[in-house]
Design a protein. Structure first.
Length: 131
């Protein structure tokens, strides 16, 4: 009897193609939603580099290839984002875009719920300004 392979969250989200859909949609939303304007304002004019880094990070975080670590070293996300002023408006815009991108692209809603507490915790941890 052969054993079934254990699927990672990376696999369950659709591998590289699934993660790419999430990151592309996330930055499309950030670029267009008025509620995300404060978050968009702390990003560079082109979101391509940011999107690529998020793709690398999510790939490894969800159990796939450790692309971010291979290219940039340990994530240290709070340290890397310390130069950007992240307060309530930036946080809320990021969370809104990420939640929508996940919900629109997750093959199963239970996957969103499985990771959402960690995503919310990460977003809260990134805040470095009051208000």
């Amino acid at each position: 009897m052969s054993e079934l392979p254990i699927l990672t969250l990376y696999d369950r989200f659709g591998g590289a193609a699934g993660i790419r859909r999430i990151t592309q949609r996330f930055y499309e939303l950030m670029d267009t939603l008025p509620e995300a304007a404060a978050c968009r304002a702390i990003h560079p004019p082109s979101l391509e580099g940011s999107e690529e880094k998020l793709f690398w990070y999510l790939s490894g975080w969800l159990g796939g290839p450790q692309l971010f670590v291979e290219r940039r070293g340990a994530p240290m996300l709070r340290r890397r984002h310390m130069e950007a002023p992240i307060g309530k408006d930036e946080h809320d815009g990021w969370v809104l875009c990420f939640r929508r991108a996940l919900e629109e692209n997750a093959p199963d809603p239970s996957l969103v719920e499985a990771i959402w507490p960690q995503i919310e915790g990460l977003a809260a941890h990134m805040r470095n300004r009051q208000g």
